[in-house]
Design a protein around this ligand. Structure first.
Ligand SMILES: [Zn+2]
Ligand SMILES: [Zn+2]
Length: 99
């Protein structure tokens, strides 16, 4: 018996592909909803960096039809992963030779 991996599907209507990308859509002030899309329904990387409007039709045949929210200035782009707890780090070099 195997446990199936959790595969998130594309949220485009009628699409059964698994998701390749995600972005956020505004639901209420202060809340956003993650939207998933397969590669054929994906929007551009630039567009995915923004929070999209509730009425945005992406992912879908017409793509993004909203005016995404501007990215707040001064928002740091996380380029490096956060520090991992002890024991979670991967050794930088593989051990050489047989133990
Ligand atoms: Zn799709
Ligand atoms: Zn949009």
């Amino acid at each position: 018996m195997t446990i199936p991996a959790l595969v998130l599907g594309c949220t485009a209507t009628g699409c059964t592909n698994s998701a390749a990308v995600q972005w956020k859509r505004r639901t209420d002030p202060g809340h956003t909803l993650a939207v998933f899309a397969c590669d054929s329904h994906a929007i551009t990387l630039d567009a995915a960096a923004h929070v999209h409007a509730t009425t945005c039709t992406a992912p879908g045949p017409s793509g993004c039809t909203c005016t995404p929210e501007p990215i707040p200035s001064g928002t740091p782009v996380q380029a490096t992963p956060p520090n991992l707890p002890p024991g979670w780090a991967t050794p930088a070099t593989a051990p050489t030779g047989a133990a």
